[in-house]
Design a protein. Sequence first.
Length: 129
Amino acid sequence: MSQSLRTPTSQVRGLGASREGTNHYIRQRVTAIALIVLVPWFIFSAITAARGGYDSVVAWMGSPLIAIVLILAIGSAFYHMRLGMQVVIEDYIARTSTRQALLIFNTFFVAVLFVATALSVLKIWFSAG
């Protein structure tokens, strides 16, 4: 009969097989809090800018502050999406090889989406200025 010298708290720390349970939870909550502020701002300001037509939207996105906040909102949304999809994949995909392939695809897919949208915002920002 072997006894462990580890305390129950040290055995529980890390939570989960990947040892990242708490860290993942905190990252998902931080992005959710950021999106609580950024999404209503985006909806309100985009609708306001769209009332003036295409030129108004380009001028709105041409503002450095708006472009930076828009890229932060996009990045936060995509990162939040990646974290959520990671949980779904880890919870519901049983085969290890399939799970690993989907986790890699999830990361690359989100990275490609972010780069494409960030470059679009930057292109409008630089062409409007």
